[in-house]
Design a protein around this ligand. Structure first.
Ligand SMILES: NC(=O)C1=CN([C@@H]2O[C@H](COP(=O)(O)OP(=O)(O)OC[C@H]3O[C@@H](n4cnc5c(N)ncnc54)[C@H](O)[C@@H]3O)[C@@H](O)[C@H]2O)C=CC1
Ligand SMILES: O=P(O)(O)OC[C@H]1O[C@](O)(CO)[C@@H](O)[C@@H]1O
Length: 386
């Protein structure tokens, strides 16, 4: 039987990747640091997934186990596993890299030369390649050739909206939308590509990664920041505001024009993809807090992330970008005392002003025309919502 270790028994871990693996007959062990989740999974070996859309149904995932990610038992499991997946968040990849390297060393010391594939399922362009670079920092030099021979680091794109569950009666319950898409780079596997229903191999991953991040995530973050400014609490509330919906749609069309130009997507199909995403944001059965989608604004303002990368594409191809610029301006209003990045952003903004803060976190030239436009839009939004 194929065995998989999945790092992160959170929303995507339980509601998406772990479920697909278990449904495909793979023996899944979740590795996490949340003791309550670990205990519940070890006791019950199963959990419910509420799938909500035009129909609502509950499926039960069975036959799963859990291990404390800080315990040596995990290393034993890594020494034998066929597949490792993660859904822990990009910042935690750096932390689990050391554990992975130690497990791989044990595997190689035991002369296990079976192929192992590792797939990071994060909102990050080529997150698995990033993880590989982190693992290599911790793996002694004599094992690195073996790693290249036997371990596939497979980049992927993941798309399913899974907010924290509102089912207070069960800590393992998870609520997911009907839609799901998991696309993996077929060129990076070692050995056979595992047969997992719902995992789609492609030889053109970057097109799909950028399509997802710079459409769904771009639209989502702009919904969150404009929604927060207008005083809404959830994405569903914000996207039903006609003005916000129109701006979010226009921003996705701006980034969409870049994607169509860069990857040759069919224009009409891409428009339908945008409409479908707007419908997903408005899913009345999902309670998705603006603070979940807006979290870590500094990461999201990064040069390669969902706001600035599409903007740079519009500059490259000479495409209109008014709504993307407005989305970036709106990010500077995002306040959340529980989010250290939101606090840091506001602190710098208050002390250094918009241009310097913008340039610092986005990499944009503070004297560029777009920086000037963002500043102007920032002041306009300030006046509008004052
Ligand atoms: N929730 C969503 O709708 C989507 C999320 N994603 C991405 O999936 C990733 C995970 O997101 P969520 O599942 O929403 O987050 P989450 O916070 O629900 O789950 C993360 C899990 O990782 C665990 N964790 C933290 N540190 C760990 C460590 N050192 N070792 C092992 N486990 C550790 C946490 O305890 C938690 O259970 C993120 O990269 C996110 O951007 C991608 C698509 C959709
Ligand atoms: O998980 P992140 O990168 O913080 O961003 C939240 C985004 O990820 C998702 O959870 C899933 O793609 C979206 O709902 C949202 O745009």
């Amino acid at each position: 039987m194929t065995t998989a270790i999945h790092f992160g028994a959170g929303n995507i871990g339980r509601g998406f990747i772990g479920k697909l693996l278990a449904d495909s007959g793979i023996e899944v062990t979740f590795a996490d640091v949340n003791q309550q989740l670990i205990n519940e999974l070890q006791n019950r070996h199963s959990y419910p997934v509420h799938i909500v859309g035009s129909e609502v149904r509950t499926e039960t995932v069975t036959g799963v186990n859990a291990v404390d990610a800080t315990r040596p038992e995990l290393l034993e499991l890594l020494a034998d596993a066929d597949l490792v997946t993660t859904a822990v968040g990009p910042t935690v990849l750096t932390l689990i890299a050391k554990t992975l390297a130690t497990g791989l060393q044990l595997r190689f010391e035991r002369l296990n030369h079976q192929p192992l594939n590792i797939v990071a399922c994060e909102n990050q362009v080529r997150g698995t390649s990033f993880l590989k670079a982190e693992v290599l920092k911790h793996l002694p030099g004599q094992y690195q050739a073996e790693l290249e021979r036997c371990v596939g680091f497979v980049d992927s794109a993941v798309d399913r909206i899974v907010p924290p569950s509102t089912d207070a009666s069960d800590p393992l319950a998870v609520t997911v939308e009907t839609f799901s898409e998991w696309i993996v780079d077929q060129t990076q596997f070692k050995g056979d590509i595992p047969d997992i229903k719902g995992m789609e191999p492609t030889d053109n991953l970057m097109a799909f990664v950028e399509r997802k991040l710079f459409t769904l995530n771009t639209g989502h973050i702009i919904t969150a920041y404009l929604g927060a400014l207008a005083g809404y609490r959830t994405i569903g509330e914000a996207i039903t505001d006609p003005e916000i919906r129109a701006q979010v749609k226009a921003a996705m069309q701006e980034s969409g024009a870049v994607l169509v130009k860069r990857y040759g997507f069919d224009q009409d199909q891409h428009q339908a993809y945008i409409e479908k995403i707007l419908g997903r944001f408005a899913n009345p059965y999902l309670v998705d807090e603006i603070d979940r989608v807006g979290r870590q604004p500094i990461r999201k303002l990064g040069t390669d992330d969902r706001l600035v990368k599409p903007l740079l594409g519009t500059l490259e191809y000479g495409i209109d970008n008014t709504n993307l610029l407005k989305g970036i301006a709106a990010a500077f209003f995002y306040k959340n005392d529980a989010d250290p990045q939101a606090v840091e952003l506001q602190h710098m903004l208050a002390h250094q002003g918009l241009r310097v803060t913008l340039a610092h976190y986005t990499g944009l030239d503070p004297d560029s025309a777009v920086a000037g436009q963002i500043e102007e839009l920032y002041h306009r939004l300030n006046r509008h919502f004052a």
